[in-house]
Design a protein around this ligand. Sequence first.
Ligand code: ATP
Ligand code: MG
Ligand code: MG
Ligand code: MG
Length: 562
Amino acid sequence: MKQSQMLIPTLKEVPADAEIKSHQLLVRAGYIRQIASGIYSFLPIGRRVLRKVEDIVREEMEKIGAHEMMMAALQPSELWKESGRWSTYGPELMRLHDRHEREFALGATHEEVITSIVRDEVKSYKRLPLKVFQIQNKFRDEKRPRFGLLRGREFLMKDAYSFNESFESLDESYNQMFQAYSAIFKRLGLNFRAVIADSGQMGGKDTHEFMVLSDVGEDVIAYSDTSDYAANIEMAEVVMTYEKSQDAPKQMEKVSTPDQKTMQDVADYLGHGLEAGLKSIMFKVDDRYVMVITRGDHEVNDIKLKNLYSADIVELASEERTKELLGTGFGSLGPVGVGEEIEVVADHAVEALVNVSCGANEAGYHFVNVTPEKDFKVNQYADLRFIKEGDPSPDGQGHIQFARGIEVGHVFKLGTFYAENMNANYLDDQGKAQTMVMGSYGIGVSRTVAAIVEQYNDERGITWPAHIAPFQVHLLSLNPKKEEQKQLADQLYDQLKSAGIEVLYDDRKERAGVKFADSDLFGIPLRLTVGKRAGEGIVEMKERASGEQSEVDQSEVLSTVS
Ligand code: ATP
Ligand code: MG
Ligand code: MG
Ligand code: MG
């Protein structure tokens, strides 16, 4: 393609609002433009990169038998009311009315839509398992849209869903997706880790996030330096609070939980400190456990809850650990302190925990008839939240290191939540109605583009991995006014094009310095420059990433490039 005909507006200056590399470079190099906070358009070369990432995702999805569809982005509120999420999803869901005052949402995710389609169309076990995916813009009214494509309010997501007959079958689909995700991020050239993610209080094994290691990541992960073990530490802030509070005055008070129904009650009773702005408070439950109560925004089974109290019962590895944690006055900034003096009657605490971990902060949303220990397991990863760098890894192999990560993918076993609420049933081989078991699997395609740039850049611009770059070759004619340069460059352009090589041809009447600077910014892997030695048929070749340079004869260009 000829650069003179393409919309690639480059900028010399770093945009004032762009704090991180990927944001700066994608804007400066003319890949994207912002139209409102967290809302971006992809310009031609940006679209090309996005498509390459999409295609890799597509191929790997199709390999595991997931088929592409495209669901409506505009979703009627009725579906969200069926699932229960109309009232629980919160302000991230963009809601609107049509001219008849009917309520709609712009798709933040598509569990409701796909469940309604499958429930109506799939009736027999013979059609299961079923896997579908789509690649489509999603809308989330993020509280703090920032970092360019990393946290947008409209962004491109690949979302996939599996419908299974049983939890065993779900395990299989989940594993296939997990493998596909690993293949995708590997092909994208990313340095990533699959980490155990926090799935509310339901234990960590049924959901993994794919994290690109990067200092600008908003998540913190703990990983083993020798094995594959890695987990998201959603509550790293707790550790910080803990450290800060060591010198705070301690106020001891002996309390025990009354027989109340919700964690909110328990927390209100015990934890006025939370009202006073403390993020978390820790209570001793018995010698082996402590309870950490946190107040904040939570996600339980993909339901977003605002300002909810949640709690974890943390099993302490040893008596020393207990002393270490309890003896320091953790969380003692508020009017209620913590220490050996404070005891929470374990049964009540656990009961309260179960109520809140499955429910919401609204009356009537709590699970009933839940049996502790049967329906609820102590979160075996919770103790990670207090882990220090260098501690032994929970899998017994190596030691814990911390890193920041960008969540580019998320695989999640949904179980029967949506199928139950929305009546998605099938008939088994005995003709008996059964509830479908579901999984959902997301990749932030546009976020991934930014994550790639975070890992592939230098002081002059982007250094794309070859198969992600918008073009394979950037052909420059330094002075197109000179007939011999123009001729040779035109000729090479035609040759490369007919050989099927993606080539961007800078045929603009610009100074050489401008052309080189733009070329470095774009990050196309190979640059061919036709300049002063065009008369001899000599072309200069330069690899963008390594900076390696050579001169080749025009007759050898094609064989060298392809
Ligand atoms: P985050 O924790 O970053 O808010 P999430 O857990 O809310 O992400 P999911 O619901 O798991 O996101 O969505 C699947 C994927 O979509 C994420 O793994 C991420 O890559 C991408 N994604 C989510 N929110 C955004 C956003 N605001 N902008 C760009 N990509 C996003
Ligand atoms: Mg989010
Ligand atoms: Mg997340
Ligand atoms: Mg997620």
